[in-house]
Design a protein around this ligand. Structure first.
Ligand code: MG
Length: 238
């Protein structure tokens, strides 16, 4: 991550399903780490990882397998193994991870001095770094809030904005922040933090539930950079 500038607005990008498609790599790494720790098959059937924080997923999967909540030390141990498996899983993937338009949109936001480009993701920070480093995007973001900052995604907007304030030495108001995400949970976390939200379907299901969550703007994908920038601007206008 890099720094500097004097922005007045923050773009808070979700990662999975928004900027990139992991092709199941994160989920496979998650299960392999848990199976390595517990030395038994782990059942993760029956619920979606989408929009949840990694610690929330961890607790849910453990409970489903009649295993107790992890201690902070066990979470750290899990994170180490998970990141090792993730690195391996990412190395096996063919083809581009990024959704069409993702790189162009992030570059366009970064090119605007009044915008602070940040991350807001349920990924553990180290997992986020590995996923984005494999695409070349990690260095573009100057701050972020991650799954190891808080188990509850709805707590992440103020954490992200505190980080931005540290990086830029200026306060960024939640009403001048826009979450860009692909699930109803992204919409909910923006609302909880007083931020605006752009929802992007990116091919996930039919988009009905996402539209029903009433994001401030809805896009089928990230390909129309001009329209997305216009939405970012209008949502944060005075
Ligand atoms: Mg997502």
């Amino acid at each position: 991550m890099s720094s500097v500038g004097a922005p007045t607005r923050a773009a808070l990008f979700d990662i999975d399903g928004t900027l990139l498609h992991g092709h199941g790599s994160g989920r496979r790494a998650f299960l392999r780490a848990l199976e390595e720790i517990h030395r038994r098959p782990i059942d993760d059937a029956g619920f979606s990882f989408a929009g949840r924080t990694d610690v929330e997923i961890l607790k849910k999967v453990l409970a489903q397998n009649d295993l107790p909540d992890p201690t902070p030390e066990e979470i750290l141990h899990f994170a180490t193994l998970y990141c090792r498996h993730l690195e391996h899983e990412l190395s096996l993937l063919d083809g581009p991870l990024l959704y069409p338009g993702a790189e162009r949109l992030v570059a366009a936001v970064c090119a605007r001095p009044d915008w602070a480009p940040g991350l807001l993701t349920g990924n553990l920070r180290e997992g986020a770094r590995r996923k984005l480093a494999s695409t070349g995007l990690w260095e573009r973001f100057t701050f972020g809030a991650f799954g190891d900052d808080h188990e509850d995604r709805n707590a992440l907007v103020p954490i992200a904005l505190r980080r931005a304030a540290q990086v830029y030495s200026t306060e960024l108001l939640p009403g001048r922040a826009v979450v860009i995400g692909d699930t109803e949970r992204d919409v909910a976390c923006a609302r909880a933090g007083g931020a605006k939200v752009i929802a992007v379907r990116n091919g996930w299901d039919d988009g009905v539930a996402l539209r029903r969550a009433e994001p401030d703007a809805y896009f089928e994908d990230l390909t129309d950079t001009g329209a997305l920038l216009a939405a970012l601007e209008s949502l944060t206008a005075d």
